[in-house]
Design a binder for this molecule. Sequence first.
Ligand SMILES: [Zn+2]
Length: 375
Amino acid sequence: MIKKIILSLCLFLYSSLAFAGVEVSSLRIGEHDNSIRIVIDLSAKAEYQVFPLSNPDRLVIDINNSDISFKRSSLPKPFGVIEAIRLGQVKGSSRVVFEFNESIKPAKIFMLTPSGGFSYRLVIDVARAEDKVDNNKAINDKKEVTKKPLIVIDPGHGGKDPGAIGVSGIKEKVITLSAGLELRKQLLATNKYDVYMTRDKDETLSLGSRVKKARDKKADLFISLHADSIRKSGTKGLSVYTLSDRASDKEAEALADRENKADIIAGIDLSAEAPEVVGILIDLARRETMNYSGQLANLLVQELRKEVTTLPNTHRSAGFAVLKAPDIPSVLLEMGYLSNKDEEKLLKRADYRKRLLEAVVDGLDNYFDQKSLAF
Ligand SMILES: [Zn+2]
């Protein structure tokens, strides 16, 4: 009897060890931009293989060292080109097989990192194989005008307001404009976004008018570019800010005060613009916008950390006037400290800014990929 218990205990331990890896917790399918989007929810990051097979047309998805934890009965029902969905276990890997009634190809495969209450997700977009595209369908698809997300880039300061001054004398407004132009170039090159800049030359702009421009354009996202300067010359690193009524810490509060002074420096009358901002503080729409801004900031930090030095607690919040659009997810990027000799040197270099902004584009791509998963 005891032997039996020990044996079953061993078996239990073995099986739980064998699947100590990743849990495949659910599978979702949706239609997205005329393709099928498959989303597989995972408890942790996993290795995977995705490959198509023909006769019949299938797509095989293997997730290494994983176990399927959801009931087969909760599998989504096949629809459209999907003929059947099967689940299996192959050498410790979970296997999902999609059978299609026409030739397909995986068009896009990527892993999303945790955010918005979701854990890791493997996302696969499946498109019809080109040779089998129905001509009428192709023509109809072309007629559908898909609107690209509009990203507003806001290079901080400008004109009468130089912003922070670097150790070698470089002005923040020069760095932010160069960075803004580079970011625009990179975003347009993806062909996925429309871009509008609050300024593309050296001009004085109030904080309120920057927000207003973004709102008039019905922007999907607002990103303000800055570079800080403080007394402690040793401090360096990038940080990403979102709006909050309460600053995340003293430094964030002091920074917001410095940035919000831009209007005073530029000699702009704040009283004319204040009411628009005040009423916004109780707007319900803001809550959702702030959630999105938070998600966006985290995704940016994730990518930027790989490329550049970041401040501890890289995502911070404070009451920045420029982030107060109630309906547009907004972030403010402090790209680094011009008061730090090394970082100033880096920020003056086009190749460094290019690398930094490539990470920003990756973060923005992840953000819009996640947003389109809202089904
Ligand atoms: Zn600034």
